[in-house]
Ligand binder design. Structure first.
Ligand code: KG4
Ligand code: ZN
Length: 329
């Protein structure tokens, strides 16, 4: 019986592979992170990312197949991220998956990374209720959409410039907190007080976001006041980001009247964001659907679960890499 999907994620700087069943259970997952490779550059260096994926991908696949005790004959399909992401990184995942598909005689699907994040919330346990409002907050994206079911969406808004995760990472770098920026800013913010006045860009306007002004304002403040407390600056920055994200989520909740609010993407690992969204959903009497922290950041399991949707919907496999893929398949 072919009951499992092999999910492969290589869109940025994590080589992550998982074996996932249709109900979202994860038989095995391995993620090889590249933090050490990119640390010296203060950000992801694309060519080194591709090389590191190439080194890690086959042993990682072998590893999860062994751990789950799954053979190619047990696989219904292979699902691999085809975008958005870094072209070189995507190509490593796509070409490896296509070669395995041919060798094993297993179909292969090119999966949208953003749809993977949206499904991350149902890994290991069905958490979502529809209709829903989904907010995706990651290193590459910031968007809010209405979902009538896991597949059908209406995009409400996205960012005009930086994503929220990107601004966490850039502010962390300015404050000398290193990589990965998100958790470091969160930890510093917990020790500090949000006493510094920072802008809340586009907070009161529709569903679009803009975070580059906030980041520049942090940079200007640090330049003028190099003695500023890292903890207070982190707390003030987090407060400004959350104010904007919560205001947009609340607007969507009021307008769309969903049963649940889904928050996904790397920044959904932030405890401050999780607490803020919990309060918002309590106030509006709807449920909050959050992935466990381990499924918020990039992983192969979410790609595996999204692959089941593609199979069920009869989507024609598309294996062309698309670095700028939006929410479409
Ligand atoms: O979803 P993700 O792993 O990759 C992309 O698809 O971009 O998100 C990575 C982003 C990074 O910007 C990272 O700083 C942020 O998620 N992040 C966090 C936390 N953990 C990761 N941001 C805030 N708090 C965290 N605990
Ligand atoms: Zn991601």
């Amino acid at each position: 019986m072919r009951k499992y999907v092999l999910g492969i994620e290589t869109s940025c700087d994590d080589t992550s592979v998982a074996i996932v069943a249709q109900d979202g259970s994860v038989l095995a997952i391995k993620t090889v992170s590249q933090y050490e490779v990119h640390q010296a550059f203060g950000g992801v260096y694309p060519e080194l990312a591709s090389r590191a994926h190439l080194e890690a991908i086959l042993p990682t696949i072998q590893n999860v197949m062994n751990e789950a005790n799954v053979s190619p004959d047990d696989l219904k399909a292979i699902g691999v991220t085809r975008g958005p992401g870094l072209i070189g990184s995507l190509l490593i995942g796509l070409s490896t998956a296509q070669a395995l598909s041919m060798g094993w005689g297993v179909p292969v699907y090119g999966i949208n990374h953003l749809r993977g994040h949206m499904r991350s919330v149902d890994l290991e346990e069905q958490r979502t209720q529809y209709p829903a409002v989904v907010m995706l907050v990651s290193g590459g994206h910031t968007l809010v959409a209405h979902l009538s079911d896991p597949w059908s969406y209406r995009l409400l808004g996205t960012t005009r410039d930086d994503s929220v995760g990107e601004s966490y990472d850039k502010v962390a770098r300015m404050l000398g907190l290193g990589m990965p920026g998100g958790p470091a800013i969160d930890a510093a913010a917990k020790r500090g007080t949000p006493v510094l006045r920072l802008p809340r860009p586009m907070k009161n306007e529709g569903y679009e976001f803009s975070f580059s002004g906030l980041k520049s304002s942090v940079a200007r403040h640090i330049e003028k006041h190099p003695e500023v407390s890292v903890d207070d600056m982190s707390a003030s920055f987090v407060a400004a980001c959350l104010d904007v994200l919560i205001a947009k989520a609340e607007r969507a909740v009021i307008e769309c009247q969903p049963k649940s609010l889904i928050i996904v993407g790397g920044v959904a690992a932030s405890p401050q964001l999780r607490d803020g969204m919990a309060k918002l959903t309590q106030d509006h009497g709807i449920s909050l659907c959050l992935p466990p922290i381990k499924w918020a950041t990039d992983n192969g399991a979410m790609i595996g679960l999204a692959t089941w949707d593609y199979i069920e919907k009869g989507i024609k496999p598309d294996l062309i890499p698309k670095p700028n893929l939006s929410l479409e398949t």
